[in-house]
Design a binder for this molecule. Sequence first.
Ligand SMILES: [Zn+2]
Ligand SMILES: [Zn+2]
Length: 468
Amino acid sequence: MSPAALDIVLLEPHEAALRSLLQRDDGAEASAYVLFGRADISEDPWSGLPRTRLISHEVIPVAVDEMVSASPAHVTWSTRGFMRILGVAKERGLVAGLVHTHPNAAAFFSDQDDRNETELARTTFNKGVLGLASIVFGRENAMAGRLWVAPGETVMASSISLIGSQIKIARAHVAANEDQILARQAALFGRGFNPVVRGLRVGIVGCGGTGSAVGMLLARLGVGFLGLMDKDIIDVTNLNRVHGSRAADVAASLAKVDILAREIRVAGLGTQVVTTKEWVGHPDLRDLLRSCDVLFGCTDDHQGRLMLNRLAHYYGIPLIDVGLRMRAARSGADYDMTGRVSTIRPGSPCLMCLGVVDPRRAAAEGLRRSDPAEFERRKAEAYVDGGGDPAPAVVTFTTAIACAAVDELIQGLTSFRGSQGMTHNRIRRFDRVEDRAMTCRPVASCPICASQASWGRGDVNPFLGVIG
Ligand SMILES: [Zn+2]
Ligand SMILES: [Zn+2]
């Protein structure tokens, strides 16, 4: 069997640390160690094939006294530090990694690199470490990456991504830009844009008012691979805002994901769509979630949001989370009509710190899933929140905030608003014609975003470090 396809993700803070460590005024080559978290995806739902995802977890400099010599054409360091790295990688279940520069050459693995790494890979596997990854930084920010999967055997990375406020994905095989359907957006963003979106793998969690709009917009934007996740059946009260839904779908009890997939397929835009009718926390969704480059959170589900919040950090998958709060005017109080788009990734405060997720409601939802009878008993005694009046929803506002969310993705890919990247937390007041960026600091005790321990951690047991 051929080895799994390989994707390498460098988190923005790690890439910045590497660039500054490896920058040499004398033009000599330089090197550093990186520990990677690893995701073993048994079946990428679009290709049906296994994938491996490596995510940068920690950058470790080569100690000054371990550097042996460096010139513009070589770098040599003692293996003492490497043995220490292997010890840490083995103990914590991480992949050991090397990064070195070719300051005046392309990003490729030289014969010398092959010889050196063959030795190091042998040591790596003798020590029982999961694998040895290697990245070359060439001139003009080019990169090449590979993983030693056995002594003498490597897999080249099919993509290397830089994930932060911007989303930069370099793929080994890029589709040609000959797409007439997308010609008008190439006229704005340039010829490089369409092949990037054609290669994108995007998951949408929740396919209701906002999620259905996000899905149709992403299909028209040319996103090549969409994964739709929602357990719900369409209801008559959804018809006022779910794009593509028909009165006949209610009579037929169609699932929301099937309606959206049907609309995307009949549009004939070349999108490959996969669907799942399970709650986002279900183990069956893990391969799909971990195969995505970007996730959109379009759910009201607090427990689901908490899980996506963790996933974004453990796997370096940017989460664009959407929410709406609509309150009718009452005597003495104006309308409150607020939309929110938050972009969550390692290095920025998480949904917990933003106050977007209510842990009490998340716990109540968890109880309803695991023990419905106990949930109903506590609800009757008013110990848990749940149910209540359904939230107001109007199609123009759900659709407008979906547009704002997809605009953040476009900003992350193109920097059309400037090089600052995606806005961390955008708040739109529809009742005031107001759009503001409101961010926060991480709460010092936050287990997700305040410590780097979760960043790029990859697969752990239990999944995402959560029991139950
Ligand atoms: Zn080299
Ligand atoms: Zn946090």
